[in-house]
Design a protein around this ligand. Structure first.
Ligand code: M6R
Length: 624
């Protein structure tokens, strides 16, 4: 696989991952937009804005901060229109200012638009426009699009959008108000996600389905280059050449309660508590009386499975840690050469893939830019591509050969929890499927795993019941400035996931190491101020990790251990320990991760952090 140029490397200002919403119909547009934007805040929450069309005028309101800050501003103005667009922004470059917040317009306000993505050639386009006399009020790439479209547009909106997209390089999803197209909103997408919602006498668009769940369950998923016109009467669509097309309408089975907190103080806590349900749902779709059955999703013949030599698993963040756990499991039960890579590294390396490769792309959102880029490169080499995703209509899902869907339901908290368990479960089932097909997994082994799998939801529930014990423990250590997380084997990626959870929601520095590596460097960090969280279930590496605990204790580091119930030795060797029920060695990660999620949650809560929307993060990382 060869290296490719970096998307956005030339882009100085601003890289944006955002949420966009559009509405036209009979309701108060600002109410629908703000409601949808709240549900999209996981995509970005630096600043927000809306544009409402009321008769001939288009009023724009923008505010730095969260959607609730914008809401305060809007409520004092009470805009009355029934048509509008909204945006919640996440910027990695460029200042977070009201000026840079969306919507953006051209100088005459003929075009008003919101945008998610990056226009790579915006500098060139801006220079051209400036040369022709256009002046700019912001430094955003989005204003360049608005000014360019205003210059192009004479007459037919669809032809103007076809021409606009021929001039833009990069990725975008946009909702656009054009002054002389009074009863319509236009949408266009390439690279960035956009869904259209169908209602009775109303139409919607949004970056993601949850934004619109209170209003509709009928969605159209736009493909790259597609253009749409939304009106109260319905939706029309065109392809990138401007040819009229009809698109399938998909009915989603997600319920609006799935995107509510249902009495929990935070989505993260609700989602942690859903993990036993996620496991049950994952299994009930894929296990029957004859064992593992993925035939409804994986139409790979036995001959194709037999011809495989390697499995490459590619992902980012928490999805990467779930993949690392699965790698260790899969190598225990198959004869395949398994490797796991971070997507942003993999895509720039020269890794050989081909027809003998099963490439598994793991992404909760299915929209992560690096994971998508890696998939596009690998697919060209003839590898069989599988998506493991929570979003079966995502860009990733639509591009791969096969989709294994997580049965997690929408995850709103920025910190991934239930989707981690869902990913683990699906990847384990994939491993069992491969082992069975290749004859490296015996029927008795398969039965053993599947029967213990069925017990895991109950075991998870018993750990969740220890939330009070974990809260007290978390509060005791919440003022620590640094943590070290240690584990071996399957517990090493769990240590990484535990450290990631803690740092992303509590902002405490946490580092994870393979327990055996500690003495090769990080041990120098240890003293009585650095708690060491050790994941040490009773497995074949238990004794080894116990020795590492002694090494840390000798440096006076407080030990917090996650252990198997009844392990008195580990209890004696720790300041505090949380026990999980015994299970098969290979299945311990499903249990040991739960106390770590709760620990991070309660530390962050004690510190007063914004748990569901931690600073500087966005749920879907749709730019490189
Ligand atoms: O949607 P994806 O699974 O591709 O997202 C990957 C990461 O961005 C994500 O797991 C991130 O690390 C989470 N904030 C972790 O809690």
């Amino acid at each position: 696989m060869c290296s490719h140029g970096s998307i956005g490397r030339r882009c100085l200002l601003p890289h944006i991952m955002c949420g966009i919403v559009g509405y036209i119909g009979y309701r108060n547009a600002s109410d629908v937009l703000l409601d949808g934007m709240h549900r999209l805040e996981y995509r970005g929450y630096d600043s927000a804005g809306i544009a409402i069309r009321d008769k001939d005028s288009i009023g724009i309101q923008k505010e730095v901060g969260k959607v609730s800050d914008l809401e305060k501003l809007v409520s004092s103005m009470k805009p009355g229109g029934h048509q509008g667009i909204g945006h919640t922004r996440w910027a990695t470059h460029g200042e977070v200012t009201s000026l840079n917040a969306h919507p953006h317009t051209d100088l005459r306000k003929n075009v008003t638009l919101v945008h998610n993505g990056i226009v790579e050639n915006f500098m060139e386009l801006k220079a051209e426009l400036e040369y022709s006399g256009v002046s700019f009020t912001t430094e955003t790439d989005t204003e360049v699009i608005a000014q360019l479209l205003a210059q192009i547009h004479h007459g037919d909106a669809v032809s103007s959008l076809v021409e606009l997209s021929s001039r833009l390089k990069g990725s975008y999803a946009m909702a656009i108000l054009i002054r002389d197209e009074a009863d319509r909103i236009y949408c266009i997408r390439k690279g960035s996600p956009l869904v259209l919602g169908i209602g009775e006498g109303e139409s919607f668009c949004a970056s993601d389905v949850p934004a619109l769940l209170p209003y509709t369950k009928d969605f159209i998923y736009l493909d790259d280059g597609d253009i749409a016109e939304l009106s109260a009467a319905g939706i029309k669509t065109w392809n990138s050449q401007g040819e009229k097309i009809s698109k399938d309408v998909c009915r989603v089975d997600w319920d609006v309660s799935m995107v509510d907190k249902c009495g929990y103080p935070h989505f993260m806590l609700k989602e942690i508590n859903e993990q036993s349900r996620v496991l049950r749902d994952t299994l009930c779709h894929r296990v029957n009386s004859s064992g593992i059955d993925l035939s409804a999703e994986l139409t790979i013949s036995s001959a194709e499975v037999a011809a495989l030599k390697k499995v490459h698993i590619i992902a980012c963040g928490t999805s990467y840690y779930a993949s690392l756990v699965a790698e260790r499991f899969m190598e225990n039960i198959t004869d395949l050469d398994i490797r796991v890579d971070i997507a942003s590294e993999y895509r720039y390396r020269s890794i050989v893939t081909g027809k003998d490769t099963l490439a598994v792309f793991v992404s909760q959102s299915g929209e992560t830019a690096d994971t998508l880029a890696a998939e596009r490169l690998v697919k060209k080499t003839g590898a069989t591509c599988i998506a493991v995703t929570n979003n079966p209509n995502s860009t990733l899902a639509r591009e791969v050969d096969h989709v294994l869907q997580l049965m997690a339901g929408p995850e709103i908290g920025v910190a991934a929890t239930k989707t981690f368990s869902g990913q683990l479960a699906v990847l384990y089932l994939l491993g069992l499927f491969l082992g069975k097909q290749r004859g490296t997994l015996s029927t008795s082994q398969e039965e053993k795993f599947l029967s213990e799998f069925a017990n895991l939801p109950y075991k998870i529930d018993t750990i969740l019941m220890k939330h009070e014990e974990i809260r007290i423990l978390a509060e005791k250590f919440a003022d620590s400035r640094n943590f070290l997380f240690l584990g071996r084997g399957l517990s090493f990626p769990i240590a990484m996931e535990g450290a990631l959870k803690l740092k992303e929601i509590s902002y405490i520095h946490a580092e994870a190491y393979a327990a055996g590596e500690m003495k090769h460097g990080p041990i120098a960090l240890l003293d009585s101020e650095v708690p060491v969280v050790v994941i040490n279930p009773r497995d074949e590496l238990y004794e080894k990790t116990l020795s590492n605990i002694q090494e840390a204790r000798a440096r006076r580091a407080p030990i917090i251990s996650v252990i198997t119930e009844g392990d008195v030795v580990s209890q004696k060797n720790a300041q505090a320990s949380v026990s999980v029920p015994a299970t098969e060695n290979d299945l311990t990660p499903f249990l040991t991760v739960i106390p770590l999620q709760l620990f991070a949650y309660y530390v962050a809560r004690h510190r007063g952090c914004d748990i569901d929307q931690p600073r500087n993060l966005a749920k879907s990382v749709t730019v490189e």
